[in-house]
Design a protein around this ligand. Sequence first.
Ligand code: NAD
Length: 355
Amino acid sequence: MTAPRPILVTGGAGFIGSHACKQLAAAGYLPITFDNLSRGHRRAVRWGPLIVGDIRDSAALECAIAEYRPEAILHFAALAYVGESVADPSPYYSHNVAGTLAILDAARGAGIDQLVFSSSCATYGVPDTLPVSETAPQRPVSPYGRTKLFCEQIIQDYAAAYGLRYVILRYFNASGCDPDGDLGEWHTPETHLVPRILMAANGIIPSVEIFGSDHATPDGTCVRDFIHVTDLAHAHVLALDYMSSGGKSLAVNIGSGQGVSVRDILDAVSRNTGRPVPTEMRPRRQGDPPILYADPALARRTLGFSARLSNINVILGTAAAAFASPAATGAAEGRGWQPTPFHADRSGITAKLEP
Ligand SMILES: NC(=O)c1ccc[n+]([C@@H]2O[C@H](COP(=O)([O-])OP(=O)(O)OC[C@H]3O[C@@H](n4cnc5c(N)ncnc54)[C@H](O)[C@@H]3O)[C@@H](O)[C@H]2O)c1
């Protein structure tokens, strides 16, 4: 039996990073989580060791790298709330940009030449054409989006000068939860739409805010590309395989290629639970694109990626099941509420993802 190949996973205790660690372990890697647990959870780190540390702490990074000798780095660690980044940009530039710089320098110092970076569709801002392809102009409208774009540019400069190879993954809207119920989405506060709708449907919050019903879309609400977190996690394994087999550096969208409106999700939940989801209408948010969905063709061509679980019923079903699962709710932390069952169409969860 060959030993699992060590990979340093910054932010591996967070939502997407923890799902990626599960996939990495299944694919024969040893995920070594490096996370300061500011927004992640110790209990999400189940498939390899956890090093509690801040990515801006170069000495701690160097120590972790010296101990485990990872062959590549998956860099998820970041602050990731758009609204918070507008109100308080300083920590965003520090954690996201200075943090990425520290990772790049530590990698360079240790001779690690493969990096997968968590970027975002937020780097595109309001696109001129749809679906959004990787050649679309990147004009982020929030400090958060700008931090991701700056990181992309720094990574590209390091690649040109120091021989780093990278895969930049521009995620669309990560959603859903581990289909086996091992992991949930445990953001605090939770700002993402799918869990907030389920929270409102379950009376955890009084209502879910809808930002604009007069967008230039078929039903007036925003249209987004919801990518199941397990699909997203799998893209990281494919990115590592791609680099291992000599693939060239790449920036690529990871989305389903489908647009789903906020109203579509509310309707799906209402149909399922038999009662409307309480909503609170709010004005449009400045800079919110009415419609945003990915052109997934480059990911298919280069990484062999295709979204397999990213239909809204599977997303809602797995997210709702995570509310109900003791492992995934963190019942030990005493949330102590009983969710409304969501009888999802699980037909999309047929084939297990291959490692
Ligand atoms: N969730 C989405 O829909 C989405 C979309 C596009 C891009 N992204 C990006 O994907 C990545 C993961 O997002 P997520 O939703 O899992 O977020 P998350 O908040 O659940 O996870 C981020 C993790 O990084 C850790 N972290 C933050 N700053 C750190 C630091 N300075 N040092 C060490 N650890 C630190 C946190 O403790 C947390 O565990 C982020 O880079 C985010 O910007 C997310």
